[in-house]
Design a protein around this ligand. Structure first.
Ligand code: BDR
Ligand code: CA
Length: 308
């Protein structure tokens, strides 16, 4: 199995990504590392512990950065509720985090398995950037970074910027200029993966506690999307990362040069993607462009069905 570390800020779609990854025998999930983002670090960490508890998984959880490198902290309670995981009733975690800091865990793990470990961040890139700064030797040892964030077109938190990119643009800059093989799954792709009511119903129809948990999560998550965009479902951003690793045939990607706008103004945090190759700069990312949404939701439902 392919060794991965999920770095996340759960978050409804992050939690679904944990469930998707841990259902997959093709992956060896070495750890869950948490970062501030949708809500504060204490809550994103608690939500990772809750999600692990729900399925009785043994995967270790490591808490990471509680703030961005340079910019002031933002959060997304408006989308995910005060807990970061509003909607279903949440169990109380009986086990806590490991003592090691998430960034130290990432460095240690990448060094221990040179060339093998794929990092899958679905929040601000702060932990990954800190690891690259503290231990620059790991850059050539990381197999790939598969990030949900950014967009080739418009943002969702400002007109220009997607939330994960905006939350720590300097961290994104460090990762995008590190030379590490990188996949960017941005809003231009994730807005093709809408959890319409029929797709949620398919999860509920599994008749299992985890199927019901995911259905309730997605119903809550739909609320913001209806209000903001008039859509009848939430965009299931983060699970596209693990789905791409496991079923790449469901997606199209294209190599592009992507630069992060760090200027202090209305475009800060924009992932400026050279879609038409006008800069002549060498691509630094595989950028997802198309999603087979029916195939993706069928795959997700199949994987969630493995929890009995
Ligand atoms: C991203 O921001 C968060 O709210 C979601 O979890 C996702 O990672 C989408 O912009
Ligand atoms: Ca997220």
């Amino acid at each position: 199995p392919r060794p991965v570390v999920l770095d996340l800020d759960p978050g409804h779609d992050d939690a679904v990504n944990i469930l998707l990854a841990l259902a997959s025998p093709e992956l060896e999930v070495l750890g869950l590392t948490t970062v501030f983002g949708n809500v504060g670090l204490e809550r994103t960490t608690r939500n990772a512990l809750i999600t692990r508890e729900l399925i009785g998984a043994a995967v270790p959880v490591y808490a990471g950065a509680d703030r961005p490198l340079v910019v002031p902290t933002i959060s997304a309670e408006a989308v995910h509720g005060a807990s970061g995981l509003d909607g279903p009733s949440l169990p109380t975690p009986t086990r806590g985090t490991e003592d090691e800091h998430a960034v130290d865990f990432i460095i240690r793990t990448v060094r221990a398995r040179p060339g093998e470990v794929t990092l899958v961040p679905t929040g601000p890139l702060t932990n990954v950037a800190l690891a690259l700064r503290l231990a620059p030797d790991i850059a050539p040892l990381i197999h790939r970074v598969v990030w949900m964030g950014g967009s080739t077109d418009t943002g969702n938190w400002t007109p220009a910027a997607e939330f994960n990119a905006l939350a720590d643009p300097h961290a994104a800059h460090i990762v995008f200029t590190s030379g590490v093989p990188l996949t960017m799954i941005g809003l231009n792709a994730s807005h093709q993966a809408i959890a319409h009511p029929a797709r949620v119903q398919a999860l509920r129809a599994l008749g299992t506690p985890v199927g019901e948990f995911v259905a309730v999560l997605l119903e809550f998550f739909a609320g913001h999307h209806l209000e903001r965009y008039g859509w009848d479902g939430g965009a299931l951003h983060d699970p596209l990362t693990v789905a791409w690793l496991l079923r790449p045939e469901l997606f199209e990607t294209r190599p592009m040069h992507v630069e992060i706008d760090l200027t202090d103004g209305p475009s800060q945090g924009r992932t400026v993607a050279d879609v038409w190759r006008v800069t002549g700069k060498a691509p630094n990312a595989e950028v997802m462009t198309d999603v087979d949404a029916d195939g993706f939701f069928a795959f997700l439902t199949e994987q969630i069905a493995t929890y009995r």
